[in-house]
Design a binder for this molecule. Structure first.
Ligand SMILES: Cc1cc2nc3c(=O)[nH]c(=O)nc-3n(C[C@H](O)[C@H](O)[C@H](O)COP(=O)(O)OP(=O)(O)OC[C@H]3O[C@@H](n4cnc5c(N)ncnc54)[C@H](O)[C@@H]3O)c2cc1C
Length: 421
């Protein structure tokens, strides 16, 4: 039987980052796909550069950013000052909605301001109550509730108060009123970076440090014998000292046979259309939120305004419950019709397109999922199994967070093992 000290599951950003930071060459990365990158892949087609939906980067830790950039082609990365908008009743309003209610028609503005001031601040017990208690019914019902229902594709009362963590653009009443006169729409991603070759360039940066033969493509972990510390793949059995998984948490539990309730770990799935047209469209905006239910998508991004290119190049995101069947061709036709209604597509011709479904995409963070992840993490760690990444940790996080978490785990391993090669 093959033996390895660190068996890493997944060659996405988390798995690759772990292998970059662990001070040992005794590792093997299993990747069930035929390519590396996980959700951070890029498609180059007919002169368009598309990701698996827009993947933009806003590094808070300069050392992480420079670690990646040093391993990338020179002048690959562009820094862009974000311009994001909301299409609200045929008018573009600056994002975040709650700080820009003064841009709404007067009646709607008064409605939002009035309900913001007189909101019921009873401590919320779920995400939906949180948006009402923080922002009042006007802001909640015009944007935060319909938008997030389209994205998460679930009843928002089922989500934890902090389901979006730091990614939720909080603003208090003072920020909101100050913004009427002194616009400051900065959020966690006021500027972002994006490689000219797409998000995959960051993956290649991490791959450049992977030893020869360190990744086994097309090899899927199927089950784990926790007692024997043996992984069973579609190709062989591998004995491990430590197993570091970035597979979705619920699937890891299934693979270990640990008893759990599958319903505790729910997520949406996101159908992504990447669309290339024959000429330029809207300018000066990087992505637009669509809260209204008459549009099937919740967000559309404009790669051509990031790359400064001549042909409109869009990503479109549509949220679904994970168990819903999707008629992809039907949805493409619906998307094109809705883009026309929104005025994004006029007399453009679609010249190239690509589709991918991200499943899971946004996990439904609940008190039960949080407790389950914490409890099982300890049970698994006692057997040398660690679960990392956005889906391994069943959480909402960025790629930088994935790298930081992987580095912390590698540091722990380096300490435990004395950093021996
Ligand atoms: C719609 C959307 C937009 C996003 N936009 C951004 C953004 O703009 N900026 C940002 O920083 N982040 C963004 N993210 C988050 C980002 O995609 C993730 O944080 C990141 O890609 C997660 O990397 P990972 O390695 O943890 O997981 P993954 O990318 O899911 O990689 C896991 C890998 O494990 C493999 N695998 C799974 N199971 C097995 C198995 N049993 N055996 C072998 N291999 C297996 C998979 O094939 C995959 O390659 C976005 C996410 C979504 C859904």
């Amino acid at each position: 039987m093959d033996k390895v000290k660190y068996l890493v599951v997944g060659a996405g950003m988390s798995g690759l980052a772990f292998a970059n930071y662990v001070k040992s060459d005794d590792y093997l990365i299993l990747e069930r796909d035929t390519e590396i990158g996980g959700y951070c892949k890029t498609i180059k087609q007919d002169g368009f550069v598309w990701d698996y939906s827009g993947h933009f980067f806003h590094f808070k830790r300069p050392e992480i950013e420079s670690y990646l950039v040093e391993r990338m082609p020179k002048e690959e990365v562009q820094t862009i000052t974000k311009s994001s908008k909301i299409l609200y009743k045929d008018k573009l309003v600056d994002f975040p909605f709650q700080k820009n209610i003064h841009q709404l028609p007067q009646e709607e503005f008064i409605d939002c301001l009035h309900s913001l001031y007189f909101r019921d601040e009873t401590p919320p017990t779920n995400f939906k109550e949180m948006v009402y208690s923080r922002f009042g019914a006007g802001i909640a019902e015009k944007f935060l509730v319909p938008y997030n229902e389209k994205l998460y594709a679930c009843d928002l009362t089922s989500l934890d108060v902090n389901a979006m963590g730091r990614f939720f653009p909080f603003a208090d009443i003072e920020d909101i009123i100050r913004n009427f006169r002194e616009p400051d729409n900065h959020s966690y991603n006021a500027t972002f970076t994006y490689p000219k070759g797409g998000a995959i360039q960051y993956v290649y940066a991490l791959e450049s440090e992977i030893k020869e033969g360190g990744i086994s493509l097309g090899e899927s972990l199927n089950s784990i014998d926790l007692k024997r510390k043996v992984a069973i793949t579609n190709k062989r059995e591998v004995a491990f000292e430590y197993l570091i998984s970035s597979a979705p948490f619920d699937r890891l539990l299934q693979m270990t046979g640990l008893p759990h309730n599958a319903d505790d770990y729910r997520a949406n799935k996101v159908l992504v259309f990447n669309l290339g047209f024959d000429k330029k469209g809207w300018e000066g905006v990087h992505w637009v939120y669509f809260p209204e239910r008459k549009y099937c998508f919740y967000r559309a991004g404009f790669y051509d305004n990031i790359f400064d290119t001549e042909r409109m190049s869009l990503y479109i995101e549509i949220g679904y419950p994970s168990d819903k069947e999707v008629d992809v061709d039907g949805m493409l036709a619906q998307t094109l019709a809705d883009l026309k209604t929104a005025g994004v597509v006029e007399d453009h011709n679609l010249v190239s397109h690509h589709t991918v479904t991200l499943d899971p995409a946004y996990v439904h963070i609940t008190q039960t999922s949080l407790e389950g992840v914490n409890r099982y993490r300890d049970v698994l760690a006692a057997r040398g199994v660690y679960t990392i990444g956005r889906y391994g940790g069943w959480t909402y996080c960025s790629i930088e967070d994935n790298i930081v978490e992987a580095r912390e785990l590698a540091d722990l391993m380096n300490t435990l093992e004395g950093g021996a090669h």
